[in-house]
Design a binder for this molecule. Structure first.
Ligand SMILES: Cc1cc2c(cc1C)N(C[C@H](O)[C@H](O)[C@H](O)COP(=O)(O)O)c1[nH]c(=O)[nH]c(=O)c1N2
Length: 228
């Protein structure tokens, strides 16, 4: 492969205050969506922009290991929902007493309600067996794919499209459902659809499952354990 001939650089001024605020607003008001999906279809150009945002993500060695299965077929969604129900029943059993009751009361997916689902996968062989930057940590390809998911999630917020990540599955159920080869890693099942309201805080916090941690407790100065 020849190096790109487009080597020019562009000025990198800070964003204007309004642009900067918009970026932070997308980050702060992005939510995981389970129940608020509207039935309106997502127009192809909008979906295309979201996929392009994902595809603009950073990736180890620029390997771009991601692929996106776009799912609109009701039968496939029903299969995924069944897979979720099986896994979720197992997950609920791992909690006890009131915690289990609370778990069972939570809505943890919107597979049937969301007009589109995306299955985001990672191909570890996309750039050959030796990848710049992945040699000493083979998980870097999956981390790259997660960057693509987050790009899409933030772009979706700006478009008024909600995204819900569903991970309560046996991976093999999804692999069989979508015909994904064994060598491809399944990274995310995302439910997508327009929303007209979002929780202002994470729904799990609102419903008493877990609260946001103070940032100060998570920042260390120079050495682990030293307050930042
Ligand atoms: C890797 C991964 C996997 C999952 C999630 C997220 C991520 C990053 N989240 C969403 C998660 O619960 C949510 O992000 C947090 O509760 C914080 O809320 P907001 O995203 O800020 O709304 C999620 N939510 C859910 O209802 N069912 C699920 O299976 C999952 N799985």
């Amino acid at each position: 492969m020849r190096p790109s001939s487009r080597g020019e650089q562009a000025p990198a001024y800070p964003f204007s205050p309004a642009e900067r605020d918009a970026v932070y607003r997308a980050i702060e008001t992005r939510r995981d969506v389970r129940d608020q999906f509207l039935p309106d279809p997502i127009p192809d150009p909008v979906l295309r922009r979201l996929l392009q945002a994902a595809h603009n993500a950073p990736s180890v060695g620029f390997m771009q290991p991601w692929s996106f299965v776009v799912i609109r077929d009701a039968a496939v969604k029903a299969g995924a929902h069944q897979a979720f129900q099986r896994a979720n029943a197992e997950a609920a059993d791992l909690f006890e007493g009131e915690r289990q009751d609370l778990y069972r009361s939570l809505k943890l997916e919107g597979i049937l309600k969301a007009p589109v689902s995306l299955c985001v996968t990672c191909d570890p062989d996309r750039a050959g067996s030796v990848v710049l930057g992945r040699t000493h940590n083979p998980r870097m390809d999956v981390y790259s794919t997660v960057c693509a998911v987050q790009n899409l999630w933030l772009a979706a917020r700006a478009e008024g499209v909600g995204v819900g990540w569903v991970s309560i599955f046996h991976e093999d159920d999804i692999r069989t459902l979508l015909g994904i080869p064994d060598r491809i890693e399944i990274v995310a099942w995302l439910c997508l659809g327009y929303v007209d309201a979002l929780y202002q805080e994470p729904e799990l916090a609102v419903k008493g499952w877990r609260q946001r941690l103070p940032l100060e407790e998570l920042v260390h100065a120079d050495r682990w354990g030293q307050p930042g």
